[in-house]
Design a protein around this ligand. Structure first.
Ligand SMILES: Nc1ncnc2c1ncn2[C@@H]1O[C@H](COP(=O)(O)OP(=O)(O)OP(=O)(O)O)[C@@H](O)[C@H]1O
Ligand SMILES: [Mg+2]
Length: 333
């Protein structure tokens, strides 16, 4: 038998395809009047797309699977991914398809108000997922919004022994539980996980979810950090202390960074610390993709920020020693 071809991708992300229009509101807003603002940005958004950009910025060979049409919003969504290094191999050209569009208003206290619209949006169907997806990539990352595509991709991944990272914020509980049962690693915001389980405390939420899946489970709660279920109990990773400007995309970045660390073969505590660090960098700028860390930036980062264990893992990775990802051509490292 000829040797199997190694996967050409490190990660393929499947999820809602959205363009965000973000604005930081002035201290005083007078409804019905015009305001000039200093921070207004049009940017690709949503969990899987943002996570794909995080992975690509770190040098992982990353794809995004979704529909793109012949219209301005699709062109923005396409460019927003490819200019950040996400490859177009899994883009599906569908003339009439349009990404979702969301306005994100960030008020002076940092609170976000989102209005979105999915008119003309084309969902990822089961037949849109290539039959060989899970052997072309080392990992699939899915959100809980494109569930039909996600289910097929996760079934394939499970059969092929491919890693899978789930970002389940909200949705039909029965479907979310089907997705959870298939994944290798699932990270949920605590609010959504509370709704799904009816439990309140992070440890209770994790134990309830853990009774129905073998996936590595993590719940996140903004500046309060995250919790993960281990055979020895629940561990907590604090958030990095920062002055947040806009927390849009922190959760998405957490997932992308976690996927990267999983591919690098790091232990759970280092995966969580690294993800918390990358997520915290995202909150320093407007939008979820504005200044994503590259390996070069990691190399220059103040190493006292990290625990000894993460510092060691990063050093190994950055010098391409044991456990490192293959450094792809054009990798920003
Ligand atoms: N204000 C903050 N300061 C530092 N880190 C943060 C902050 N907000 C979020 N993070 C980091 O990002 C992780 C994920 O954030 P969060 O729990 O808000 O995800 P989410 O609800 O999925 O967010 P998103 O709206 O981006 O999808 C947190 O566990 C934390 O490490
Ligand atoms: Mg999220």
């Amino acid at each position: 038998m000829p040797p199997a071809t190694p996967p050409a991708f490190d990660a393929v992300c499947i999820g809602l395809n959205v363009v965000d229009i973000l604005v930081r509101l002035p201290n005083e807003v007078h409804r019905g009047e015009k305001h000039e603002v200093s921070d207004l940005l049009v940017q690709g958004g949503a969990p899987a797309g943002n996570a794909a950009c995080v992975l690509a910025a770190l040098g992982a060979r990353t794809g995004f699977l979704g529909h793109f049409g012949r219209n301005t919003l699709s062109q923005v969504a396409r460019d927003e991914l490819t200019q950040r290094g996400v490859r177009a191999d899994f883009f599906i050209e569908t003339t009439d398809a349009r990404p979702g569009v969301a306005t994100v208003e960030i008020d002076a206290s940092g609170d976000r108000t989102v209005f979105y619209n999915l008119n003309g949006y084309r969902r990822v169907s089961s037949t849109d997922v290539p039959a060989d997806l899970a052997v072309r990539t080392r990992l699939v990352l899915v959100d809980g919004y494109e569930t039909e595509g996600a289910l097929v991709a996760l079934e394939q991944a499970r059969a092929a022994g491919t890693l899978s990272v789930l970002d389940l914020e909200a949705g039909d509980p029965a479907i979310l539980r089907r997705l959870l049962a298939l994944g290798t690693d699932a990270i949920l915001p605590l609010g959504g996980a509370r709704q799904l389980t009816g439990k309140t405390e992070p440890a209770d939420v994790l134990h309830e979810l853990g009774s129905a899946t073998a996936a590595q489970l993590v719940v996140t709660d903004g500046a309060a950090g995250c919790w993960a279920l281990t055979p020895d109990g629940v561990i907590h990773q604090p958030a990095f202390s920062i002055n947040p400007l806009d927390t849009t995309g922190c959760g998405d970045a957490f997932h992308g960074a976690y996927a990267f660390a999983l591919l690098a073969g790091w232990a759970l505590p280092q995966r969580l610390e690294f993800s918390a660090y990358i997520a915290s960098r995202v909150a320093l700028n407007l939008g979820g993709r504005s200044a994503l860390p590259t390996c070069d930036m990691l190399r220059r980062e103040e190493s006292s920020l990290f625990t000894t264990a993460l510092r060691r893992s990063l050093t190994d990775l950055l010098t391409l020693q044991a456990g490192a990802l293959e450094c792809p051509a054009g990798c920003p490292r």
